[in-house]
Design a protein around this ligand. Structure first.
Ligand SMILES: Cc1cc2nc3c(=O)[nH]c(=O)nc-3n(C[C@H](O)[C@H](O)[C@H](O)COP(=O)(O)OP(=O)(O)OC[C@H]3O[C@@H](n4cnc5c(N)ncnc54)[C@H](O)[C@@H]3O)c2cc1C
Length: 413
């Protein structure tokens, strides 16, 4: 390289976003990634023709920073039906977004979960979030307190619909996540679809990386030491840098920088993928556990949404587990027994493809931490980004990467 590059440590969405903005602004970059591929927590394995995302996740198309950096058309996105099916003691109840799917309004308004007033409260919440996001910042509390005290939802509606739905997004069954963050995500879900790229979620980091020079991305390059102008890798090489950006998760960033950063606790999940010759009858919707018992948090059929997720003649079923249940000794057996209870004998022929245990899925977004006002520069020449510095999401990772790039450009650009 002609001059010292800006070294970005970590090739997840935050590091890739940072590297892309720096590269597009004309700076020399070098991206060092410890793993054998890019994407961090957004990776996809291919197994027997099935696309297995490492844990169920979706792209919310309304995310401002995703719209900014991604080419949605090239990702060939496929949308879920907005809303959910809820498994109750009596069967399935449909909770489809009536603003975006008015045809399904009737089933949603008059099902057994919650009351008619709860539907009106949901509408009021949606209406109250139509303005600028800055209007959310005045005060913050836990999501569960916000739902009870400010929105006034009934206990039944919270327990059978809101808790399973929200806890599946935040991996936080107690709903202690920041209410301001919940409102942001709710607004995103109300404003645009949740979608899967044709080639799996890892197509997102791959698309960002395609705008970077391949030679300046080093995989299998774990960084063991950093200071403001040097980076040392596990193989013992020390590389000089114009500036260093730490785009690793919070625990790694604390270790490498030697600075306590806080907010580095994670929500956990486990995910099972099954192959079946016939999909369970849940269409393109997320099926939620509204019973409050059993290990399952939610089930979906990615191949119903994006057909490429399964080879011809097969369906791919994705089962996510409640964080509190994931350590159970007989988890697999209990999951299969609950699936049988929900979908009948047909599940006996489902084939388990793979199980993913993800102890560090998303950082806990505590009340008072959204939107983030954390600086991108840790010390003179050492910069930092990652979802735990912004919001625990794809949006947060992309945004914090962009902000770190802006800070680098301001300092040395
Ligand atoms: C199961 C699951 C479901 C999710 N669902 C959603 C969803 O539906 N919607 C949503 O918006 N978000 C979702 N998320 C969250 C989203 O995926 C993350 O917020 C985002 O990907 C974090 O990106 P990041 O770049 O900040 O961190 P990471 O992806 O963790 O990237 C950090 C990178 O740094 C690398 N690294 C670490 N240490 C070193 C080192 N010493 N040297 C070099 N490299 C190093 C790692 O290998 C990794 O590639 C989900 C996450 C999971 C796990």
């Amino acid at each position: 390289m002609a001059k010292d590059p800006v070294i970005v440590v970590g090739g997840g969405l935050a590091g890739l976003s940072c590297a892309r903005y720096l590269h597009d602004s004309g700076l020399e970059i070098l991206l060092l990634e410890a793993a054998d591929g890019l994407g961090g927590r957004v990776r996809t394995d291919v197994m027997d023709g099935f696309l297995l995302d490492r844990g169920f996740q979706v792209l919310q198309l309304a995310y401002p920073d995703a719209k900014r950096i991604l080419d949605y058309e090239k990702l060939a996105l496929h949308s879920f039906v907005p809303g959910a099916l809820i498994r109750t003691q009596r069967g399935w109840a449909s909770m489809i977004d009536p603003w975006r799917r008015p045809g399904k309004c009737w089933q949603t308004l008059f099902n057994e979960v919650g009351s008619f007033s709860d539907r009106l409260r949901l509408g009021r919440l949606r209406w109250s979030l139509r303005g600028e996001l800055t209007s959310l910042t005045s005060s913050d509390k836990t999501t569960v307190d916000f739902l009870r005290e400010e929105c006034g939802f009934s206990q039944d509606f919270i327990e059978r619909f809101l808790r399973p739905w929200i806890s599946g997004m935040f991996f936080d069954e107690a709903l202690e996540t920041s209410a301001a963050f919940f409102q942001f995500i709710f607004k995103m879900l109300a404003s645009g679809d949740a979608a899967l790229p044709t080639d799996g979620m890892q197509a997102i980091p791959k698309q960002i990386a395609a705008g970077l020079p391949e030679a300046n991305i080093w995989l299998n390059s774990e960084v063991t030491r950093v200071d403001t102008h040097h980076v040392t890798t596990q193989s013992g090489d020390t590389i000089e840098a114009a500036a260093v950006v730490l785009a690793v998760d919070g625990r790694q960033a604390e270790r490498l920088s030697g600075i306590a950063l806080g907010n580095v606790e994670f929500g956990a999940t486990t995910c099972f993928y099954y192959a079946a010759s016939h999909a369970p009858p849940i269409g393109k919707t997320l099926a939620l556990n509204g019973q409050g018992t059993g290990p399952i948090s939610n089930v979906c059929v990615p191949s119903n949404v994006a057909p490429n997720y399964a080879p011809a003649g097969f369906s791919l079923i994705c089962v996510s587990i409640r964080g509190s249940q994931r350590r159970r000794e007989n988890l697999e057996r209990e999951v299969e027994s609950q699936l049988r209870n929900w979908f009948g004998d047909a599940t006996d022929s489902w084939r388990l493809l793979r199980r993913y245990d993800i102890p560090h899925a998303v950082p806990r977004q505590k009340p008072g931490t959204f939107p983030s006002a954390l600086p991108s520069e840790l010390s003179n020449g050492l910069f930092i980004c990652g979802d735990y510095r912004d919001s625990a999401s794809i949006q947060g990772a992309l945004e914090s990467g962009r902000k770190a790039a802006e800070a680098v450009l301001q300092r040395i650009g």
